[in-house]
Design a protein around this ligand. Structure first.
Ligand code: ATP
Ligand code: SF4
Ligand code: MG
Length: 335
């Protein structure tokens, strides 16, 4: 497709006004509220936020891997122009492992413990019209690419023959073997030690550039996000409160929550300390209705309006938006 073709300018993934609840005995948990995000082609979008902010729910909603008590109540998800929320099970299945791939935090979510790596890597290529031996050769080549030593003989091994770091490399190899248009990675490095994490992030970056796919990268490790991502969306209690270019978010954060999150990042703390800082206060309950700004109970800059009215999205820079009343132009003019 030509670059000046208007269709090629469309984002690969377009999420609009997505709201999703989980039904529970205590009532409905509003896990996502009015989430709108774009993932452009060949770009990496990082999703950050404290535990419970809805990062995984968003990733799993795109993949269509939600539990039965999940109910999307509003919005749309368009992937390559196709409506994912209303897609048939068959249409979804044909996208998974072809145009869409996922890497989970625990490699054993993907890997079957009683089957060899070889048979699993061959199976994942079921969309490809190639012979079994060609598929095997591609699997070995990909294992080599992700740094598995002696892949020719190790491809016949079972998952338990590999260390945790190696298993995650194998999952990356499997996810990218199908050359997906979009890779969704939910905390893929959280279970690994720091050295392995750096290696895996570099590997992901290299392969993403090589394949030209887009990545939705969920992590609460801000250093990894800064390293890998082009854009960042900051989530809090089910809402996207700020979004923008990775440099703007890290160097010029606008939303009080983003600023608080960055101040608590262990990677940014210069002075020696025994206790890591945390954002004072607690994440609000996701049950029941909500009034005002989602962050108002913890925000040091909150004022009257924040308790009454939910902020809309304000433009901060060319490529940065934040949901915070502080950026209402009328307020800025009258200040
Ligand atoms: P973490 O960083 O801990 O992985 P997260 O940002 O990925 O957190 P989610 O797992 O998406 O957060 O959870 C968002 C909210 O939805 C949480 O309040 C969580 O308890 C709730 N939730 C998630 N799955 C379910 C479920 N199956 N049933 C009910 N509530 C759920
Ligand atoms: Fe804080 Fe108000 Fe902005 Fe919310 S809208 S982040 S409470 S200043
Ligand atoms: Mg999660």
């Amino acid at each position: 497709m030509r670059r000046d073709d208007p269709i090629s300018a469309l984002p690969l993934l377009e999420i609009r006004g997505l709201s999703l609840d989980f039904g529970t005995p205590r009532g409905r948990v509003h896990a996502l509220r009015n989430v709108s995000l774009d993932v452009p082609g060949a770009q990496v979008l990082g999703i950050v936020g404290e535990s419970g902010s809805g990062k995984s729910t968003l990733a799993y909603t795109v993949m269509g891997l939600l539990p039965e008590n999940a109910h999307a109540i509003a919005g749309s998800i368009l992937f390559e122009g196709r409506d994912l929320l209303n897609a048939t099970t068959q249409a979804r299945r044909s996208l998974l492992g072809d145009r869409l791939s996922m890497i989970f935090q625990d490699p054993m979510t993907t890997l079957n413990p009683v089957r060899t790596i070889e048979s699993q890597m061959i199976d994942i290529q079921h969309h490809e019209r190639r012979s079994r031996s060609e598929k095997r050769a591609r699997a070995i080549e990909m294992l080599h690419r992700v740094g598995i030593p002696d892949p020719q003989s190790r491809v016949g091994g079972y998952p338990h023959h590999f260390s945790g770091g190696m298993r995650q490399r194998i999952c990356i190899a499997m996810a990218l073997l199908v050359k997906p248009a979009l890779l969704i990675a939910d905390e893929p490095t959280t279970a690994l030690d720091a050295t392995l994490e750096v290696q895996i992030i570099h590997l992901l970056k290299e392969l993403q550039k090589e394949i030209g796919c887009s990545v939705l990268f969920v992590s609460h490790h801000l250093g990894a996000v800064a390293e890998l991502c082009d854009r960042v969306a900051v989530m809090y209690a089910g809402e996207v409160v700020e979004e923008g270019d990775v440099r703007d978010i890290f160097h010029n954060p606008a939303h009080p929550y983003t600023r608080a999150l960055l101040e608590c990042d262990p990677g940014r703390i210069r002075q020696k300390t025994r206790t890591l800082p945390t954002i004072p206060g607690e994440v609000p309950s996701l049950l029941g209705s909500r009034k005002g700004c989602v962050f108002h109970a913890r925000c040091t800059q909150a004022f009257d309006r924040c308790v009454q009215e939910s902020p809309v999205e304000y433009s901060i820079a060319v490529d940065q938006v934040a949901r915070c009343h502080l950026f209402d132009e009328q307020r800025l003019v009258s200040a």
